[in-house]
Design a binder for this molecule. Structure first.
Ligand code: GLU
Length: 305
């Protein structure tokens, strides 16, 4: 497996120079485009790495499945579905041109910013810091890494410049879908996006979703199987932004990408995969990351279709 991963990184390396690092969050613009890493956790619990698998980057939108899971655990499916729908929007992750009609839950899904910001309000906690800390604990548990922390520079950078997310949150408020203080809700969201991980962490988190919530080592059912199935289904249709259809054709597994350059892919019952390469295509997906996943999927016949 290690040799296969190394070969794939080598073949796909020229793609690391294609695409651009995200610069609308100034701190993300400092990423080094030559960094390229992959980690795969297989069903025997072994983690296989190649390239820069020890490099840290922020989860950004890859935290959205965790926010969805936390909201499901805290409030149940009915409540989550009342606030946020599950249909792909076919629009960029931060779009706010929802046509001229009133914003309704069925217009948004948990993997776009509007949906994820709304779901932060469903996490239990006296304060938004407490809500975030519970989310961080869940993420640490799934990554089996108690040392996960936020990258403060990225968090502060996004907090300072995240006006588009402020606009989205106020739009939710205008349509009665968000009742709390916008800055407090966004503080939780910005912190969540700034959780710093490696591709190894993503492979482990992805594996818990592939294994339907069951920790392979301890056998503990960390969350209901049904939630893992639901999250994987939403990731299949909405996880790769408005490139999810193309990704379904070419890779064929549930996955989530983030503008930090990471991708977490889930091969049900078989694998959790973490990727890192920070140069992005126009939709916000890592160019080299997608190419590497396409090759891996072809080699190991990973598509679920
Ligand atoms: N923190 C980023 C934002 O809200 C996440 C976007 C992403 O990774 O898609 O703009």
């Amino acid at each position: 497996m290690e040799n296969l991963l190394k070969d794939i990184l080598k073949t796909c390396y020229p793609y690391t120079g294609q695409g651009k690092v995200a610069n609308y969050i100034p701190q993300l613009a400092k990423a080094d485009v030559t960094e390229f890493g992959i980690s795969v956790m297989t069903e025997d619990g072994v983690i296989h790495n190649a390239g820069d698998s020890d490099k840290k980057f922020t989860m950004q939108s890859i935290v959205k499945p965790m926010i969805l899971l936390m909201a499901l655990l805290d409030q149940g499916e009915e409540c989550v579905r009342r606030l946020v729908g599950v249909e792909a929007t076919g629009k960029p992750f931060d779009a706010f041109n929802y046509s001229d009609q009133a914003l309704k839950s069925e217009h948004i899904n948990p993997m776009i910013n509007t949906g994820s910001i709304a779901l932060c309000t469903l996490i239990k906690g006296e304060t938004y810091l407490e809500k975030f800390n519970r989310l961080l604990e869940l993420t640490r548990k799934m990554a089996d890494n108690p040392s996960l922390e936020i990258d403060r520079d990225v968090y502060l950078s996004e907090k300072e410049t995240g006006n588009k997310n402020r606009a989205l949150a106020y739009m939710l408020k205008a349509y009665g879908m968000l009742h709390d203080d916008v800055e407090e809700v966004l503080d939780c969201y910005f912190r969540a996006c700034s959780i710093s991980v490696t591709s190894v962490d993503l492979a482990k988190i992805g594996f818990t979703l592939a294994n339907r919530g069951k920790n392979l080592q301890t056998g503990e059912q960390m969350f209901p199987e049904k939630y893992a199935r639901d999250i994987n289904a939403v990731l299949m249709t909405c996880g790769m932004y408005d490139g999810s259809g193309e990704f379904a054709l070419n890779v064929g597994v549930p996955a989530k990408s983030g503008v930090g350059g990471g991708i977490m892919a889930i091969v049900p019952h078989r694998m959790g995969i973490g990727m890192y390469s920070p140069a992005l295509d126009g939709k916000g997906n890592s160019v080299a990351g997608i190419k590497a996943l396409e090759m891996l999927s072809e080699h190991l016949d990973l598509s679920i279709f």
